[in-house]
Write a protein that binds this ligand. Structure first.
Ligand code: ADP
Length: 611
C-alpha cells in the first residue's frame, strides 16, 4: 500500500481543523469586540464634544445677551476671544452663527477674514436655526482624508428661543488611531494563538495519529502474513481500546490462520495420499485444485491444467457441459486407455454449495475402475464361453438323438456310431464341467492344497512312465533329468494334473513319429525349471501368453475336434501360481512348442547315485 502523503494525512487535517476553529473563534470574538469598542470610543468622543459644545453654547449665549455700547468690545471680538480659548487638538474648527445665519466667529485663524460676517449656506446650520435640533454626521476631510465629526448645535435661551448655532468640526483620527492599535494587538494575538494552536495541534494530533499509523503498519504486515507485531497502547482512551482490540484481533487471526493452515495441510496430505483422483473447480468450471493421483491418471502436469475448464481437461466437452455436470451430478465413465495400458475412470461429481444455495464449484472424484471393468468383462466373457462350450456338444447330441428317434436306431450300422458320438460329447461335457468346477474351487479363497515334500525327479518320471505305457501314437519320449534328488513341496494330485494337461497337449499336437522332451533344471534361484517340448504345430507368437487364459484356443475347430476344453492350461497356471511358481510357453510355429514352469525347491540332495 502507498504511503499516505503529508498533505493527505489525517495529521494535517487535525491541525487544520484546530487552526480553523481558533481562527473562526478569534474572528467572531474580534468582530464583536472591535465593533463594540469602536462604538464605545465614538460615543465617548461625541459625548465629550457635546459637553464642550454645551459649555461653549452657554458662553456664547452670555456674550450675545451681554448689553453692548460703543465702549464695550464688539460681539465678534468677544466671540473670537471665547473661541480662542478652545484649544483642543481634535477640534479643528468651531464656528458661531447667529440666528440670521451670519457667521459671528470661527476658531480657524485662516477662515477669519473669509467667513466672519458672511452668511452661511450650510443646510444643517439652517435646519438647526429653524428646527432647533442638533445634528451630527461624519464626513471625510477632502484634504487629509481623515474622518471628521460634524456637529451642529443650536444655541437656545432659557425660554427656548434660538439665538444662534455652533458648528463644530472635530477630527476622529485619534479614535480610529486607537482602533487601529486595538486591531493590530488583536491581529498579533490571533497570529500568536494560531501559531500556538498549530504547534499544540501537531503534538495533540500525534497522540491520535501515531496509534493509527501503527495500526496501519500492523494491518499491512498482517496482510503479508506477519502476525508477530503488536500495536503499542498509549492510553486507555477509545484509541487505546481500539489498539487493544486490534491486538486481540491479530491474535485471533493468527490462531484462525494457523487452524486454516493446519486444515489445509491435512486436506492436502489426505488428497495426495488417497488413491482416488480429486479435482476441484471454481464456479465457472475452471480447475483450482488437482491432486497427484488425478494428475497421474489423466497424465498431465499441474501447471498445464490449472485454470483450464474441467470438461476440456477430462475430454468430456462433447458429451457434457459444466452446467450439465453441475445439474446432473451423476458419474461418468471416462476412457483414458493408452496403447499399452488400459485405464477406465469413473468420475463422480458433487457440487460445492453455500448455505444460500449459491453454487461455488464442483468436486470431481476420479476412481480407477479398470480392474473392476476387466473383471466384469472377463465374467461376461466367461459366461458366454461356458454357454457356448456347452451349447456345441448339446446341439450335436440333440441332432444325433433326433436322428436316432426318427428311426436311425433301427439301423444297425448307424445307430452305434450315433450313440458313440453322443457318448463322446457327454464325456466332453463332463470334462468341461469338471474343469469348470475345479477352476471355481480354486477361485474360492478357502481352497486348500495338500502339500508334502516330494522328490520331484522320481515323481516326474512316474508321470512320464504312465504316458509312455499308455501312448497309442508313435512318439518318442526323451528325458533330460538331473541325477540328483530334488525335494519340492507340492500337492501331488494337483501337479500330476498340471503335468497331465501339458503332456497330453504335447502328445495331441505332436506329429506322428515326433519327439517329446522332458527336462528339469535346478536353477540358481533355488527353484526347478521344468520344460516339456514337442515338435508339433506350435503356437503363433501373439497367442503365446493367451493360451493360459480360460477357453482360449489357437485353432478352435481343431482343438475341439481333439476334445480340448480350452481350460487345461488355465488350470495349470492357477495351480503352478498357487505353488509359488511361474508358467510360460515358447514356440516356433510349425516346429514345436515348449511349456516351462518353475517350482521352488525345499531341499536338494547332492548324491547322484540315482539314475
Ligand atoms: P485344450 O484343452 O483345448 O488343449 P489348453 O488350455 O490345454 O486347452 O490349451 C489351450 C490352447 O493352447 C490349445 O487349444 C492349443 O491351441 C494351444 N496349445 C496348447 N498346447 C499346445 C502344444 N503343445 N502345441 C500347440 N498348441 C498348443
Amino acid at each position: 500500500m502507498k504511503k499516505v502523503g503529508f498533505f493527505r494525512s489525517i495529521h494535517l487535517k487535525f491541525v487544520l481543523i484546530y487552526v480553523l476553529l481558533i481562527l473562526i473563534a478569534m474572528q467572531i470574538i474580534g468582530v464583536y469586540f472591535v465593533s463594540k469598542v469602536e462604538r464605545q470610543l465614538v460615543d465617548n468622543f461625541s459625548t465629550s464634544l457635546q459637553e464642550r459644545i454645551q459649555l461653549l453654547a452657554y458662553s456664547i449665549e452670555q456674550e450675545i445677551k451681554k448689553p453692548r455700547d460703543d465702549t464695550t468690545p464688539k460681539l465678534e471680538e468677544d466671540i473670537r476671544t471665547v473661541l480662542q480659548d478652545i484649544t483642543m487638538e481634535d477640534i479643528s474648527e468651531v464656528r458661531v452663527i447667529d440666528n440670521k445665519s451670519k457667521v459671528l466667529g470661527t476658531s480657524d485663524p485662516y477662515n477669519q477674514a473669509r467667513m466672519v460676517g458672511k452668511r452661511t449656506t450650510e443646510l444643517s446650520i439652517k435646519r438647526a436655526l429653524v428646527v432647533g435640533s442638533p445634528s451630527e454626521k461624519i464626513a471625510i476631510d477632502p484634504n487629509t482624508g481623515y474622518r471628521m465629526q460634524l456637529i451642529v448645535a443650536p444655541i437656545k435661551t432659557n425660554s427656548q428661543e434660538i439665538i444662534g448655532a455652533i458648528y463644530l468640526e472635530a477630527s476622529m483620527e485619534d479614535v480610529y488611531g486607537q482602533m487601529r492599535q486595538i486591531n493590530s494587538i488583536f491581529t498579533t494575538g490571533t497570529i500568536l494563538a494560531l501559531a500556538v494552536t498549530a504547534v499544540l495541534g501537531i503534538l495533540l494530533a500525534q497522540t491520535i495519529t501515531r496509534p493509527m499509523s501503527d495500526m496501519r503498519k500492523q494491518a499491512l504486515e498482517m496482510a503479508r502474513g506477519n502476525f508477530s507485531r503488536k500495536v503499542n497502547i498509549y492510553g486507555n482512551d477509545e484509541i487505546g481500546q481500539l489498539a487493544l482490540s486490534f491486538n486481540n484481533l491479530t491474535k485471533k487471526l493468527q490462531e484462525a490462520q494457523a487452524t486454516t493452515e493446519g486444515e489445509r495441510r491435512k486436506l492436502s496430505s489426505v488428497l495426495s495420499h488417497m488413491t482416488d483422483g480429486v479435482i476441484a473447480t471454481d464456479r465457472k468450471g475452471r480447475i483450482i485444485l488437482i491432486n497427484e493421483p488425478a494428475l497421474g491418471m489423466i497424465n498431465v502436469s499441474r501447471e498445464t491444467v490449472l485454470q483450464k475448464p474441467i470438461v476440456e481437461v477430462l475430454g468430456i466437452d462433447e458429451s457434457h457441459t459444466f452446467e450439465s455436470l453441475v445439474s446432473e451430478q451423476e458419474s461418468i465413465i471416462l476412457d483414458f486407455s493408452l496403447e499399452d495400458k488400459p485405464l477406465i475412470l469413473r468420475a463422480s461429481n458433487s457440487i460445492i454449495q453455500k448455505e444460500t444455495g449459491f453454487i461455488n464449484g464442483l468436486i470431481t472424484v476420479l476412481h480407477d475402475i479398470t480392474e473392476q471393468e476387466k473383471i466384469d468383462h472377463e465374467r461376461r466373457e466367461f459366461v458366454a464361453n461356458v454357454s457356448h462350450e456347452l451349447r456345441t456338444p448339446l446341439t450335436t447330441m440333440r441332432s444325433y438323438l433326433e436322428a436316432l428317434a426318427e428311426g436311425a436306431w433301427k439301423d444297425k450300422e448307424i445307430a452305434p456310431k450315433f450313440l458313440d458320438v453322443t457318448q463322446t460329447e457327454t464325456e466332453r461335457m463332463i470334462r468341461l464341467v469338471n474343469d469348470l468346477l475345479q477352476l471355481s474351487k480354486m477361485d474360492s479363497r478357502d481352497y486348500r492344497f495338500n502339500k508334502t515334500s516330494v522328490e520331484f525327479i522320481e515323481f516326474f518320471n512316474k508321470v512320464i512312465d504312465r504316458f509312455e505305457l499308455s501312448k497309442s501314437q508313435k512318439v518318442t519320449f526323451v528325458r533330460d533329468l538331473p541325477n540328483q534328488e530334488v525335494f519340492v513341496s507340492l500337492d501331488g494330485d494337483k501337479i500330476t494334473q498340471v503335468l497331465d494337461n501339458i503332456i497330453s497337449n504335447a502328445m495331441k499336437y505332436s506329429p506322428e513319429g515326433g519327439t517329446i522332451t522332458f527336462s528339469v533344471h535346478i536353477e540358481e534361484t533355488n527353484q526347478i525349471l521344468v520344460s516339456i517340448s514337442d515338435q508339433g504345430v506350435g503356437i503363433p507368437k501373439a497367442d503365446l501368453n493367451k493360451v493360459f487364459e480360460r477357453f482360449y484356443r489357437v485353432d478352435k475347430a481343431r482343438t475341439r475336434m481333439l476334445g480340448g476344453t480350452g481350460l487345461g492350461l488355465a488350470i495349470a497356471k492357477e495351480m503352478i501360481n498357487a505353488h509359488d511358481g511361474d508358467i510360460w510357453a515358447s514356440s516356433q510355429e510349425g516346429k514345436g512348442t515348449k511349456i516351462f514352469f518353475t517350482l521352488p525347491i525345499t531341499q536338494v540332495e547332492q548324491e547322484d547315485e540315482w539314475s
